[in-house]
Design a binder for this molecule. Structure first.
Ligand SMILES: Cc1ncc(COP(=O)(O)O)c(C=O)c1O
Length: 453
């Protein structure tokens, strides 16, 4: 594309394009600040000016197999010559095969899979399945959903209400949908409940039980949480947290939904993060790495005993539909993507490289403003920056360190979205050379940051 072509494209963006979570005025003021990518290869992206950058956030937590995989393009091309949407009342071989493949990888191999187009839709479906499940069983009073404050479960109204704040900015849209109760997010670095204690007391898990008791178990439908929270600050809870939540949910007849939209398909070094604790969720939601983002593919994996409740007659039907859910072409892309993950042992690579990344990141403690380094379970790591390591005081928001760090990392060819936490979730094909490149780039960016302070 010529330089004039680039300029025309930027002008079209300024006039007509709306980039999520961004202020379009910034691009009107500075059209060149909008990155326009035209291709990718492996972990690297290339923009229209030909500049390459290493994608440390995996296209936003979804790239397992890397960019430019011809195998997926070929599978999509072939599928496009067959059935290209799902006619009413029927399906197609790829969508059925994908459902069976997902069940074969899931914690419960007898699961049934409801396919959607994205993470928010999957969580909506999971919540609706949970509510209807109780109704079928004659417990019509169960409609409340317990979730952790500061989570992100999607941008629709119901999932925003479940997220309970944070980046979905529910304050912009009036009152949240009622029936959502928010409990404390596990956070071993800054725990609001037991930070002073020296070690985890699992009070955050006990809080779930207290809330169920207070609300009345007969009113609670489900508990939803990310097994390892990305939005909460890239946290992995104490090893006893999820087994405790499972036990509490069982005791009170509450369905446990794990949002594995980010953590599913190898991100944490297991096919699903729940497998780290040998915990069987009632419903697992998924998206992102299911297709590595080549086409929108997502869904809810429902444990057999829960799904079987919906077998019966008219009253037991799940009356819910997305026109594009389980799209045949997206299913073909997802099947090809899962084949690459298996053939190239990318789940194992995530575990191994995640461990190496976590070890290499320790060098960053030499910067006095590095407060915490989290990781060790797959390619899911983070570095938290603080003004004072002793007190864990954060840098003042007015300093805008997120933008500063993001820009400095960019100068070292690393793409991510930092705030006081730098998330590090590179594609699952990451090699040890890539890890060295990442750590050296962050190290240099933090040295630049120190000299700017
Ligand atoms: C944990 C989690 N759940 C749900 C979602 C929503 O997914 P989507 O944007 O595909 O609707 C996201 C998106 O990043 C997420 O991180």
């Amino acid at each position: 594309m010529t330089e004039q072509g680039h300029e025309d494209l930027r002008q079209m963006a300024v006039d007509h394009f709306w980039l999520p979570f961004h202020q379009m005025q910034d691009f009107a003021d500075s059209p060149n600040s909008l990155r326009i990518y035209e291709s990718g290869e492996g972990c690297w992206l290339k923009d229209i000016e030909g500049r390459r950058i290493f994608d440390m956030m995996s296209g936003m937590w979804l790239q397992a197999v890397g960019y430019g995989r011809k195998e997926i393009a070929d599978a999509v091309y072939e599928a496009m010559q067959g059935i290209t949407s799902n006619p009413w009342g029927g399906s197609n071989p790829n969508t059925i095969r994908l459902s069976a493949k997902i069940a074969s990888l899931a914690p419960d191999k007898g699961s049934r899979v409801f396919l959607t187009n994205g993470g928010a839709e999957s969580n909506e479906v999971a919540i609706k399945i949970a509510k209807k499940y109780h109704r079928i069983r004659g417990e019509e009073g169960r409609y409340k959903v317990i979730s952790r404050a500061g989570s992100y479960h999607g941008g629709t109204h119901a999932t925003m209400a479940a997220g309970g704040g944070g980046i979905a900015a529910p304050g912009d849209y009036g009152p949240l949908q009622p029936g959502n109760i928010h409990v404390t997010q596990p956070n071993e670095y800054r725990c609001a409940l037991c930070a002073e204690n020296g070690s985890c007391t699992l009070d955050c898990a006990r809080e779930v039980e207290q809330v169920i008791e207070k609300e009345g178990p007969e009113t609670v439908a489900a508990f939803i949480g990310e097994p390892m929270s990305i939005t909460g600050g890239v946290y992995c809870p104490h090893d006893d947290y999820w087994p405790s939540i499972r036990e509490i949910c069982d005791r009170y007849g509450v369905l446990m939904i794990l949002d594995e939209v980010v953590t599913g398909y190898g991100r944490t070094g297991k096919w699903f993060a729940s497998m780290h604790w040998d915990v069987q969720p009632d419903i697992t939601t998924m998206a992102k790495q299911l297709s590595s983002g080549y086409l929108p593919a997502a869904g809810a994996i429902v444990r057999k005993d829960v799904a079987d409740t919906f077998l019966g007659g008219e009253d037991e039907k799940f009356r819910h539909l997305y026109t594009y859910g389980g799209h045949p072409i997206a299913a073909a892309a997802a099947l090809a993507n899962l084949k690459i993950i298996e053939d190239e042992n990318l789940v194992e690579n995530s575990a191994e490289m995640g461990q190496y990344l976590f070890e290499r990141l320790q060098v960053l403690h030499r910067h006095p403003f590095v407060g915490d380094i989290r990781g060790g379970k797959g390619l899911f790591a983070a570095v938290e920056l603080v003004k004072d390591r002793e007190t864990k005081e954060r840098f003042p928001a007015a300093m805008g360190i997120g933008d500063m760090i993001t820009d400095l990392l960019d100068t070292h060819d690393l793409l991510t979205r930092a705030d006081n936490v730098i998330p590090i979730l590179p594609p699952l094909i990451t090699t040890s050379d890539d890890v060295d490149f990442i750590v050296e780039g962050i190290d240099r960016a933090l040295s630049n940051f120190a000299s700017n302070l």
